[in-house]
Ligand binder design. Structure first.
Ligand code: ADP
Ligand code: MG
Length: 702
């Protein structure tokens, strides 16, 4: 465990620099909160002009404190923070909790950088600036200006918004969802989310890691750190700002919104994404109390048909669709219901279900091997007592002694149901006041299992590549002072990375074009080659299905003419002659260099699907072949690849392999390549492979 971070987040002693005698001031509140939270470590208020605050001796400087100090909470005005940081460094403080604002959030970026430089010079870490502080139930530590410690529990939350952290602190009591730590991360000048995942993974009192994120710093490191974590991570990502999309030169650029790339990155990092604040709580509750749902069989037990139907719909929606329970399971369950009940799935015990039926059916189902996850629903009835039902369910679950599969519960009713659910949560079973929420929670537990499995997939990084050729082509383009590469240059790089392209040859005059066409074999395709014309069709620069010599001669002249009309001073390298690829399913593969995550890879169906429906999906590169295969399945148009309406299935295996290889190429060339796409990539029938028909690479501006 990182000792310095531990000193910052679980300090054995805290100095409050800027401690104040005036109630209501932050420098006073922090001292008061430390005392009231029952903190047992040393509390040292610092203020040059006071002797005592809330009964504690006040020191003029941290340097005067006779004991060692782990953390310093800094509340002095921004202009004094750098000097304070130096004194803390001299004192041997481990971490600075910089509550003071007025740094990068108001444009004072240099001062913030200087603060970090000073801290690092002394081996200190900085939380903030611009934070509320940090809270830890297991240390009785409220080193913040949030009013109290959160309801105790086994999740820990890090928030980029201070105001939200304070609100969440209060919500923990109304929603009865407990947290061990709440950390306000502020401007993230030094300690960021990538640091927090690793530290919280090792924190013995944290079972589930929850984040409220507005924007990540060190995106790639966040993914890498998250991949190493053995605990569930759930994030709520706010902010829909799109960066540079409009100005993007490639198709992919215009499709890659920040939000899409974040979503992809979270998936890859094995992180579950919550849809809103309540969902963050719901998922956190389930993930902090229950193990992942490792198989696909969810069983639902209910006493009401209505909630059963609602839950069934939700099961579909949240990725845990119901399967019918096998006959043997149904036969046993029928013993715990009247003749008009249903033992299929959902299992309807009917409104006659009392404590015993709930207990016996829950116990049998939870213990049965076929069941991978259990949702127990209850509608309040006149004949039953919600608390007793809750206790029956709890007893049934604990009686089985099973801890490797999850259960979630929903009671629908009034105050008595609420109390029963609260009791369940306090006794370790996540309970929700609506059936769809219990199912959503189970969906999150299932997703966690799926993400965990994907995390283990190896990413191939030993592809046979001809780096020299690729780098030579890039060097030549750089020498010309260009960033846009022509199709033939791009394809040569694709080939150097083992990506299959249609045969493409450059002709610089009509005679060459004719002899190449004859060599390649008709029909052929002719296209303009000019770094000034990157979208060739727009310039009338593409002629397909040319069947003979006369056709080549005519197309050659027409394309040149069109190109000159399109851009009179275009630098024309010649024309390419290509084999005419037989028709197949058109797809698009692309990449942009994301400011947060670096190289990304995109996949979608080509033509109208990408133009109109924007039916594409992203990942941060590189990716495993399995991850690539998952991308093919998650676009809306996925059934087209599987073969619909008499069409035979497409070669998804070859496509996934090409996608993974492409992602590898993009990562390998990330220092040079800004954007790239292959549009179209033709996908043939199973076993027939994939062909890149058009390729485009745009280099970074240097
Ligand atoms: P651009 O995208 O720059 O306009 P493309 O090379 O993608 O140019 O060509 C436009 C369209 O022509 C492609 O989407 C494809 O439908 C068709 N096409 C281009 N080259 C070939 C080829 N070699 N075989 C078959 N069709 C092709
Ligand atoms: Mg194209």
């Amino acid at each position: 465990m990182d000792d310095v971070l531990t000193g910052l987040l679980r300090p054995k002693s805290v100095a409050i620099v800027g401690a104040s005698t005036t109630p209501g001031k932050i420098g006073h509140t922090v001292v008061k909160n430390l005392i009231e939270s029952g903190y047992q470590g040393g509390i040292y208020p610092i203020n040059p002009s006071a002797d005592e605050i809330l009964g504690l001796k006040v020191y003029k400087s941290v340097l005067d404190i006779p004991e060692p100090v782990d953390a310093a909470a800094i509340t002095v005005p921004a202009k004094f923070v750098l000097d304070v940081a130096k004194e803390c460094g001299e004192k041997g403080v481990k971490g600075l909790i910089v509550i003071t604002s007025g740094f990068s959030e108001v444009g004072e970026t240099e001062m913030e950088q200087e603060l970090v430089a000073i801290a690092h010079q002394y081996g200190m870490r900085v939380l903030g600036p611009n934070v509320v502080g940090t809270l830890s139930n297991s240390d009785n530590l409220n080193a913040s200006f949030a009013p109290f410690l959160p309801l105790d529990g086994s999740a820990s939350l890090v928030s980029q918004s201070g105001a939200l952290l304070i609100a969440i602190d209060a919500i923990t009591y109304t929603r009865r969802i407990g947290f061990d730590k709440l950390v306000s991360i502020g401007n993230m000048s030094d300690v960021n989310f990538a640091d927090m995942v690793g530290w919280l993974d090792e924190d013995e009192n944290t079972k589930c890691i929850s984040f409220y994120i507005e924007g990540l710093k060190e995106g790639r490191r966040f993914i890498d750190e998250s991949l190493k974590v053995s605990k569930p991570i759930v994030v709520l990502k706010a902010g829909v700002s799109e960066h540079g999309a409009a100005a993007a030169a490639s198709h992919t650029g215009s499709l890659a919104g920040a939000q899409k790339v974040y979503g992809a990155a979270f998936k890859q990092a094995g992180v579950i994404e919550a849809t809103d604040l309540s969902d963050l709580f719901d998922c956190t509750l389930a993930l902090s109390l229950e193990p992942p749902m490792k198989g696909e069989n969810l069983l639902i037990i209910t006493n009401g048909g209505g909630v059963g139907v609602l839950a069934t719909d939700s099961a579909e929606k949240y990725g845990v669709p119901l399967n019918f329970a096998p006959e043997s399971v149904q036969a046993e369950l029928k013993k715990h219901m009247p003749s008009f009940g249903s033992a299929k799935n959902p299992v309807d015990l009917t409104g006659m279900a009392g404590n015993d039926w709930y207990h016996d059916s829950t116990k049998f189902a939870f213990a049965h091997d076929w069941v991978d996850g259990l949702v127990v629903l209850y509608c309040e009835t006149a004949m039953t007592n919600p608390m007793e039902i809750a206790k029956s369910i709890h007893k049934a679950i604990t009686d089985t002694g099973i801890t490797h599969k999850p259960v979630t519960v929903s009671f629908v009713g009034g105050e008595r149901s609420d109390e029963a659910m609260q009791w369940l949560v306090e006794n370790g079973i996540p309970a929700y006041n609506a059936p769809d929420l219990a199912v959503r929670a189970m969906g999150a537990l299932r997703e966690y299992a799926r993400l965990e499995a994907m995390k283990a997939e190896p990413i191939q990084n030993d592809h046979k590549v001809d780096r020299d050729t690729a780098r030579e082509i890039i060097a030549k383009v750089r020498k010309d002072g260009r960033t846009g590469m022509t199709e033939i240059e791009s394809k040569k790089i694709f080939n150097a990375y083992g990506l299959p392209t249609v045969r493409t040859e450059l002709a610089t005059n009509e005679e060459e074009a004719v002899s190449m066409a004859e060599e390649i074999g008709f029909p052929v395709v002719l296209k303009i080659v000019s770094p000034d014309i990157l979208h060739k069709s727009d310039a009338g620069g593409v002629k397909v299905n040319i069947k003979d010599e006369a056709g080549v001669r005519e197309a050659y002249k027409t394309i040149l003419e069109n190109a000159k009309n399109y851009k009179a001073d275009a630098d024309i390298h010649g024309l390419v002659i290509q084999e005419m690829a037989p028709w197949a399913t058109e797809t698009i593969i692309g990449s942009v260099n994301d400011p947060t995550f670096g190289a990304t890879v995109m996949f979608g169906l080509g033509g109208i699907f990408v133009e109109v429906l924007k039916d594409v999906t992203f990942r941060v590169a590189p990716i495993s072949e399995k991850e690539a295969a998952a991308m093919l399945d998650e676009i809306r148009g996925a059934p087209i690849l599987d073969g619909t309406r008499g069409e035979s299935p497409r070669d998804k295996k070859a496509l996934a392999s090409v996608l993974a290889k492409y992602a590898f190429m993009i990562t390998d060339l990330a220092d040079e390549v800004a954007e790239s796409d292959a549009n179209p990539v033709l996908v043939y029938e199973e076993g027939q492979g994939v062909k890149v028909v058009d390729a485009r690479i745009i280099l970074k501006k240097k």
